[in-house]
Design a protein around this ligand. Structure first.
Ligand code: MG
Length: 389
């Protein structure tokens, strides 16, 4: 029985997941939901889906949900940080789709794989922070980790065309974000509003800024390393402005297999839910003739230094991913707040990585402590960034 828990159900991926599940119909069913802030929408979603349980971060949010619930809807409400972990471990949940924003998604992702659930993962930060731990727990319990990130879904689907030992490398496509064609000198004056305007994908705020700095692609390099057991040399980033070829796998005989489709997250969401089956879907199809052409280009490492940090994390491993994730989340929030410039975001993250005391085999506690330290450290850099040119 595909009973689904959707974590982060009020965000962009969460809302699309509810739409996909409604379109799939029986036997797919939402049994649990969680959200951090939009309690009114969460209450409506709980009533519409008939969810049996919802999780929120604190008692105040729980009160707000109770008040907003329409008559007749009475899901169990779990409040507090442990609520998410209780939610995913419920015996009536088989699939956990995690679309939590940022590092907050890690404990629930770990709890899901520990409990042997299928983890449909949109929250890439949980792998960036603690991919070794999450994948080891999944191997131990037999839990499947199915990527929802469009590039990784493409790689996952293309890998079916050969054996793992026959993979030479993967090519991770990147749209390049809204500033790909802009001169590097102009980037310092980019406003949050401009950076939030992504050319091909409609997404949440954090991932949209990460896409503009290409930090999102750096996080995806780390995600690919953990999901598919790839070394840094086996991952190449290629700019592809049309966001139509969602990534490729190159096999040892030189054959490349790719997955293509319109830039629509509903496709990878549905695949992660129905895998290993495919189901008919009502959304718009790819029209290659109308598109006219597909273009590819080398990424500009000078303009987008974030990419190099992603490869550094893959090479050095250990606690470095947790430092990167915590620092980036803080730096992005500072940019959206107008406290640092767009061109400060990646240098702030780099300085935090340079100051980081590296742990080779971090425990979950080490990971969480590193993340918390990196957030504080990133805040410390703010004043120097604003005052410096
Ligand atoms: Mg992606």
């Amino acid at each position: 029985m595909p009973n689904i828990a959707v974590l982060g159900s009020t965000g962009s991926i969460g809302r699309m997941t509810l739409e996909v599940v409604a379109s799939l119909g029986v036997p797919y069913r939402i049994v649990a939901l969680s959200a951090a802030r939009q309690t009114g929408l969460l209450a409506r979603q709980a009533a519409e889906t008939g969810a049996r349980a919802v999780a929120v971060p604190d008692e105040r949010a729980a009160q707000a949900v109770r008040k907003a619930l329409p008559k007749g809807a009475a899901p169990e409400i779990l409040a507090g940080p442990a609520g998410l972990e209780l939610l995913v471990a419920r015996p009536d949940v088989q699939i956990v789709l995690s679309a939590v924003v940022g590092g907050a998604g890690l404990p629930a992702a770990l709890a899901a794989v520990r409990a042997g659930k299928r983890l449909a993962l949109a929250n890439k930060e949980s792998l960036v922070m603690a991919g070794d731990l999450v994948m080891a727990e999944a191997r131990r319990s037999g839990a499947e980790v199915i990527p929802v990130d469009s590039e990784h879904s493409a790689i996952f689907q293309s890998l079916a065309g050969g054996r793992r030992s026959e993979v030479r490398r993967v090519l991770l496509t990147a749209s390049g974000g809204p500033f790909y064609s802009r001169a590097v000198e102009e980037l310092a004056h980019v406003t949050p509003q401009e950076a939030l305007n992504h050319p091909t994908w409609s997404m949440g705020r954090k991932i949209t800024i990460d896409s503009a700095t290409l930090m999102n692609k750096a996080l995806e390099v780390i995600e690919a390393h953990h999901l598919f057991g790839l070394a840094a040399e086996q991952i190449q980033v290629i700019i592809h402005r049309e966001s139509t070829m969602h990534s490729l796998v190159e096999f040892i005989d030189g054959s490349c297999l790719a997955q293509l489709g319109p830039p629509d997250m509903r496709t990878p969401i549905q695949y992660a839910l129905t895998y290993p089956e495919r189901r008919a879907a009502p959304w718009p199809r790819l029209d290659l003739a109308m598109l006219g052409g597909l273009h590819f280009d080398e990424p500009d490492a000078r303009k987008f230094p974030a990419l190099g940090l992603g490869f550094e994390v893959v090479r050095r491993g250990g606690s470095l991913g947790a430092a990167l994730s915590g620092a980036d989340e803080t730096a992005v929030a500072a940019f959206l707040d107008g406290q640092v410039r767009f061109t400060d975001v990646v240098p702030v993250v780099k300085r935090v990585l340079d100051a980081h005391r590296w742990i080779a085999q971090p425990t979950l506690q080490d990971v969480l402590a590193t993340d918390a330290w990196a957030r504080e450290e990133a805040k410390r850099w703010k004043p120097s960034c604003t005052s410096s040119k």
